[in-house]
Structure formats: structure tokens, C-alpha cells
Design a protein around this ligand. Structure first.
Ligand code: NAD
Ligand code: UFG
Length: 684
């Protein structure tokens, strides 16, 4: 199935969870969202979780021209329409904004749909359209035929949109319209990567309680305990957001199997009511402690009971909520503790890093400390910039197009699937010979013609936490390298995690040979190809280096290892000044025994330090790997830079390990296993 579904409001809370379910069910997704109550980071995380591209447009639904362009560009089969303003209290204060955004936006959307003959829509309605169902007898749990009487402008927008859709169906009964009336969505994605991220003071019960639990709010106010329920607090039908998201797939599938058009409403709820105290206790259990609360007066507009009769959705859509309030509380707590400020991280910002400003595949992500700043980009999961005390200490381009030029000497990039050389572009694994394309005389260098430096990584998942009073930021990128791509066997998921503090950048490299890969073994060797320069000039000449080892892999005329270790021409364990006459491009051996496949648990070993008389910055590189290539940039030949503009410390496994029996175990990764290593660059 390759049908495109347009998701309006897809960066929002329910929208982002639904996009994941759509992708998991084989749909292609286009998201339109003006980010007025959300963040693009949610989309970046959806891509990270699903490892699929999500086309995204920062478009206000009321902008017909831009919306039409999206419809022109994709063969859209149907729409799931989430985009709306949704705060009940706010809607009573600025009703016009609610009518304009929710109804105006819907009319524009329907106009674009009509123009493009897209006649399938799933609409986010709400239990709020029922108003106070307890005013009737026998209407709890609430069935779809319960009379509507919304009590606030927000609810009225939902009510009116339902009527607009009904009238459109009345005029053209080819339309397939599913009205989904949600009860109370709660919880977060079990991955801990997605959840609700309310702006300002949360209105809803669980988001508020979560902020109490992490200390952002003092205590929960319970709005009344004098209702007619088992503990005096109001009753709601709380539904896990993942169950709710799945309800949309059920609705789409239902519409797809119809012969003609339809207009129909379905309640999406669990059918079970819980009181405020029931939810409070479940969340305290997930957190592991009693949270402070105070019972205050009733909140205006609250009703005693909003519990769904979900039978229609259960029987017709063959959908049913499966997760419990306990599941939702657990997932919400994971989301909250791992993202205490939601998607919002104070010292982090990003912008599109492409000549096409709508191309969200490549973004530049910058984290700033007082005297330290680091930027990463998605293409190649590169380090684009590191600025220490106002000095740019790595080579990088400000124009994104420069990275695509042939003369780019791998500036800042992740290198894979196999860093450094594979001799004669050939290797043998499990009795099979693999031949790669050569891109450096007869060898394959740095992964070959379509290596990781040319791939758009998903993410990053940007997070922040405190450790020993230090603010730490992490940025995680991933990319799936499929069997056969670029000549390599096996499906590999490569994850690059950067950890930044106020003076260092650490990298964790992981290459997981996926469980359902078609081959038993593959090879992986990952590194980063940053060119460092602490001289505050265009040349690294005069940099004084000192290394842990003077032992290098001896190489032959083809730059391939002979298998022997030899001392290098200059003893770099002693302070050594780099210059045209003192240059290096050798693999230095930190541990002659090599290593296993995953070195992440080994201690980081300082392998090199560097200083330059022009700056008071000391550069230190530490790694868990058994070797590193020291390359002093003699071959740099790209405008704006010169030979020796930067030096590289490429932590990795021994060069061409796969073609040396005694080293091969450093790079062979069995199905289900992970390759792993770490490096840390400090600027002190
Ligand atoms: P949300 O605010 O997280 O998501 C709504 C998204 O729509 C946001 O990303 C926002 O930026 C976007 N948006 C708003 N106006 C837009 C416009 N004019 N153009 C483009 N994008 C726009 O809210 P949510 O909780 O995910 O709710 C999604 C839908 O479900 C809404 O229609 C809401 O009314 C409905 N709903 C929500 C709840 C609930 O409790 N969360 C309950 C019932 C119904
Ligand atoms: N509550 C508190 N303290 C708080 C917040 C809420 O006691 O700080 C109580 C409320 O009084 C209510 C219950 O928790 O009894 C749930 O309140 P929410 O604000 O979380 O949810 P509502 O039921 O009021 O409304 C939500 C959405 C609406 C949607 C409705 C559908 O906000 O948009 O569910 O059932 F229409």
C-alpha cells in the first residue's frame, strides 16, 4: 500500500502518535502544521522511531494557496484533520480566534480537498459536543445518538464542523466522512520520545500532575470533591493516546472497504469511567510517591460524567482500546522524566540547512554554552562547527551545498559502513566474496561511493539533563543501511549519539546488525572525520601534538597494512610540531591486541593531545577503539581551505581488518549483534 494520507496538525500530541501508526500500517504521510502549538522536533522523532521520511509543510490551514500546492504535489487519498486550537478555557476568552482557526481552517481544507477531488476525511471531534450528558436519563455511558449541546466556543467549533461535513455529504454522497469523538486522551509513546508538550500552565489533569511530579508546579488543584461519584470527583473516560491513534487507522480501513460514501460518528473511548482520584492514585504509583494536592472549588463548565459508550467503534471499526490507565501513567512518567521540558531545550536551536528552505531533511542543530558552541547537521550526521572561546576549532562549510561538492574532504562527517580502506575493494565473509566499487585507486575508502557521509540521518533526538551541576545535551541520529546498499551485506541500523557539555563533544557509534537481516554476518567500522584546528588561522602548522603511541600499522605501496606494527618516522609520544615536513597519515595502534566488536564499555583512553601557541586551547582526544588514523590534512583541496587546514583523529578498528584473519573479529558483526565505540574530543 502506498497511499498518501494528509495529516493536518500532525506535529501535535495526537497527530504525531497517529503518524507513527499510519507508517506502521504502510501508509505514506504528508503533514501540514503551522506549529502554533507544537514543535517540528515531534516530526523528527517520528522519523527517528519509524525510520521513515515524513514529508512536512509548515503551512497554516487557512492559507489556501499553500495548501493547494501540497495537494498538487502528492497523490493524496484521504485526510486526517487534527489541526485546531483546543483549550476550552481559552476559547471562552478569544472565541473569534477559535472560530477563525478551527472553522476557517476546516473550510479552506475542504475547499482544497474538493478542488483535488479528495473525498475521504477523518475528523477529530470531541466528547465535548455532548455537553452535560447527565441532563438526560440513560445517556451514561454516552452513545453517539446522545443530543449535542456544547457549552463553550471550542466545543461549538467541533459541533459546527461536524455539521459542515454532514452538509457536504448531503450535497455529494461520494464523500466518506468519519467523525471521531475522542474522550480524554492521556499518556505518551512507550518509547519515551513523544508525548504532550503543553505551552504554559497545563489545563488538563495528567499534564498538570506530571509537572507537579517533576517539581515544575507546587501541587495539583482538584476541582471539586462534591460530585456524585464514589469519591466525589468527576468521572472521565481516559484513553491511552496510542489506542486513540490506532482508532484512526481502523476508521481509515473501514472507509476504504466501503463501496460508496458515508457520514458517521464514532466515540473513541474505553467505555470505563475513572474519577480524578483514581487517575491521581495511578499516576502516584507510576512515580513511586504521593504527590501534593489540594481540593479546591469546582471548575466552571465541568460536568459529572463523560464516559463513552464505545460499542459502535468496537463492532463497526473492529477497534477497541487495549491499554490501561496504569500503562498511560507509566508512559507519561517516562516521557516526563526523559524530557522534563518537552521538546523545548533552552540552549538549543535548529534551522533548515539546505538551499531549499522547505527541505527539512537537512537541518543545522546548534547548542550553545557561554564559551562553547557546537553545530550538527543531518546529512552525514556531521559536526559542522565547534566554537571554543570564539575560535572555530573544526573545518566546516557555512553553505550547505559545499558539503555536496566532490572536493569536500569528508569534513566533520560520520564515516561508514566501513571507515578507512578495504584492500582491492574485496572481502570474504561466510564463504562469499563481496566486491565493492573502488573510489581510491583499487581500494574502497570510507564506505565507498555512497557512504554514510552522503546519507540523511533521522533525528536528532535532542535531550538535556543535568549531571553534577553541569548541563549536558545529547543529540541522537539514526540511519538504516539496507542489505546490498553500496555493495555491503546485511541490514544495519547506525546510531550516532553526540553528548555535549560546556567544553567537550563525545560520540557514541552504534551499528546494529538487525535481527531480521538476510545474512548472518556483516562488517562495520565507524568513525568521525572532523578536521581540528586550534590555531585561529587557516593552517594547523605549529600545532604541537603528543600521542599515547608511536606504533603504526605498516603499509605497502597501496597504503594497505602488511600486518606488522612499526614505529613511525617521528616519535609522536614526545611533543611534535606539525608542519609541511612533519605530516602524518597513518593508523596508530593503541592496543596491539585489537578489540572485540563492541568497545563501548571499555574505558576512554586519552590517545592524543594538541596545543598551539596562538590559542590557549588544549585539544584532547580519548577513545575506546584500538587504533586511530592521524591525518594531518595534506590533501585538503577545497576552496576556502588549504592543505593542513585541519588534522583528523579517526578512532576506529585496524585498517582493512576484514582482510587480515587475526584482526577480522574487530569488524565482523553477527545478526542481532551491535558494533560499538566511543570517542571524546575536549577543548580545555
Ligand atoms: P495539539 O495542539 O497538540 O495538536 C494540534 C496541532 O494542530 C498542533 O500541532 C497545532 O500546531 C496545529 N494547528 C492548529 N491550528 C493550525 C492551523 N490553522 N494550521 C495548521 N496547523 C494548525 O492538540 P491535540 O491534543 O493533538 O489535538 C488534536 C485534535 O484532537 C484537535 O482537533 C483537538 O481539538 C482534538 N481533541 C483533542 C482532545 C485532547 O484532550 N487532547 C480531546 C478531544 C479532541
Ligand atoms: N482536573 C483537576 N485539576 C486539574 C485539571 C483537571 O481536578 O488541574 C479535573 C477536572 O475537573 C476534570 C478532570 O480532571 O474532572 C479532567 O479534566 P481535563 O481538563 O483533563 O479534561 P476535560 O474532561 O475537562 O476535557 C478534556 C479535553 C477536552 C475534551 C474532553 C473530552 O480538554 O478538549 O476532554 O472528554 F473535549
Amino acid at each position: 500500500m502506498s497511499e498518501y494520507i494528509l495529516v493536518t496538525g500532525g506535529a501535535g500530541y495526537i497527530g504525531s502518535h497517529t503518524v507513527i501508526e499510519l507508517i506502521n500500517n504502510g501508509y505514506k504521510v504528508v503533514v501540514v502544521d503551522n506549529l502554533c502549538n507544537s514543535s517540528y522536533d515531534a516530526i523528527a522523532r517520528v522519523e527517528f522511531i519509524t525510520k521513515q521520511k515524513v514529508d512536512f509543510f509548515d503551512v497554516d490551514l487557512r492559507d489556501l494557496e499553500s495548501l493547494n500546492k501540497v495537494f498538487d504535489k502528492f497523490p493524496i487519498k484521504g485526510v486526517i484533520h487534527f489541526a485546531a486550537l483546543k483549550a476550552v478555557g481559552e476559547s471562552t476568552k478569544i472565541p473569534l480566534a477559535y472560530y477563525d482557526n478551527n472553522i476557517g481552517g476546516t473550510i479552506t481544507l475542504l475547499t482544497a480537498m474538493q478542488k483535488h477531488e479528495v473525498k475521504t476525511i477523518v475528523f477529530s471531534s470531541s466528547a465535548t459536543v455532548y455537553g452535560d450528558a447527565t441532563r438526560f436519563e440513560n445517556m451514561i455511558p454516552i452513545p453517539e445518538h446522545c443530543p449535542n449541546d456544547p457549552t463553550n466556543p471550542y466545543g461549538k467549533t467541533k459541533f459546527m464542523i461536524e455539521h459542515i461535513l454532514k452538509d457536504i455529504y448531503g450535497a455529494d454522497n461520494q464523500w466518506q466522512t468519519a467523525i471521531l469523538r475522542y474522550f480524554n486522551p492521556i499518556g505518551a509513546h512507550p518509547s519515551g520520545l513523544l508525548g504532550e508538550d503543553p505551552l504554559g500552565i497545563p489545563n488538563n489533569l495528567l499534564p498538570y500532575l506530571a509537572q507537579v511530579a517533576i517539581g515544575r508546579r507546587e501541587k495539583l488543584s482538584i476541582f471539586g470533591n462534591d460530585y456524585d461519584s464514589h469519591d466525589g470527583t468527576p468521572i472521565r473516560d481516559y484513553i491511552h493516546v496510542v489506542d486513540l491513534a490506532k482508532g484512526h487507522i481502523a476508521a481509515l480501513n473501514y472507509l476504504k472497504n466501503l463501496n460508496g460514501g458515508l457520514y458517521r460518528e464514532w466515540n473513541l473511548g474505553t467505555g470505563n469511567g475513572s474519577t480524578v482520584f483514581d487517575v491521581y492514585h495511578a499516576f502516584c504509583k507510576a512515580v513511586g510517591k504521593e504527590l501534593p494536592y489540594e481540593v479546591v472549588g469546582r471548575r466552571g463548565g465541568d460536568v459529572l460524567n463523560l464516559t463513552a459508550n464505545a460499542t459502535r467503534a468496537n463492532t463497526e471499526l473492529k477497534w477497541e482500546a487495549k491499554l490501561t490507565i496504569e500503562d498511560a501513567c507509566k508512559d507519561l512518567w517516562k516521557w516526563t522524566t526523559e524530557n522534563p521540558f518537552g521538546f523545548n531545550i533552552d540552549n538549543y536551536e535548529w534551522k533548515v540547512f539546505s538551499d531549499d528552505k522547505e527541505d527539512y531533511r537537512n537541518r543545522l542543530h546548534t547548542v550553545k554554552y557561554d564559551n562553547f558552541e557546537v553545530s550538527f547537521a543531518n546529512r552525514g550526521a556531521i559536526i559542522q562547527k565547534i566554537v571554543k572561546n570564539g575560535i572555530n576549532v573544526v573545518c566546516g562549510f557555512d553553505e550547505p551545498s559545499r558539503y555536496i561538492e566532490k572536493s569536500n574532504p569528508f569534513f566533520g562527517t560520520t564515516v561508514g559502513r566501513v571507515a578507512n580502506r578495504i584492500g582491492h575493494s574485496k572481502f570474504e565473509l561466510n564463504g562469499k566474496t563481496y566486491t565493492l566499487e573502488s573510489n581510491e585507486s583499487s581500494n574502497t575508502l570510507h564506505g565507498g561511493l555512497d557512504g554514510y557521509d552522503k546519507q540523511y540521518f533521522f533525528g536528532p533526538v535532542a535531550k538535556q539533563f543535568k549531571k553534577d551541576d553541569k548541563i549536558i545535551n545529547t543529540f541522537e541520529f539514526n540511519y538504516v543501511d539496507k542489505d546490498g546498499h553500496n555493495g555491503f551485506p546485511g541490514d544495519v541500523e547506525c546510531t550516532i549519539k553526540y553528548t555535549v557539555d560546556d567544553s567537550s563533544v563525545a560520540i557514541e557509534f552504534v551499528g546494529e546488525h538487525l535481527k531480521d537481516s538476510p545474512v548472518e554476518e556483516t562488517i562495520i567500522n565507524l568513525t568521525n572525520h572532523s578536521y581540528f584546528n586550534i590555531s585561529n588561522t587557516k593552517s594547523t602548522d605549529g600545532t604541537v601534538i603528543k600521542a599515547i603511541t608511536n606504533k603504526q600499522l605498516e603499509v605497502n605501496d597501496e597504503l594497505l597494512p602488511t600486518g606488522k606494527f612499526v614505529p613511525t618516522h617521528t616519535d609522536i609520544t614526545k611533543p611534535t610540531t606539525l608542519s609541511a615536513d612533519c605530516a602524518f597519515d597513518y593508523c596508530f595502534v593503541v592496543d596491539g591486541n585489537g578489540s572485540g566488536i563492541d568497545t563501548r564499555d571499555s574505558e576512554l583512553k586519552q590517545v592524543i593531545e594538541a596545543t598551539h601557541p596562538n590559542s590557549n586551547i588544549k585539544f584532547i582526544a580519548e577513545t575506546t577503539d584500538p587504533s586511530f588514523q592521524l591525518y594531518t590534512g595534506i590533501g585538503i583541496n577545497t576552496p576556502g581551505f588549504e592543505p593542513r587546514s585541519g588534522f583528523c583523529i579517526e578512532n576506529a578498528r585496524f585498517v582493512d581488518a576484514i582482510n587480515h584473519k587475526e584482526w577480522a573479529n574487530q569488524v565482523i558483526v553477527k545478526k542481532g549483534q551491535s558494533y560499538g565505540s566511543k570517542v571524546k574530543y575536549s577543548f580545555v
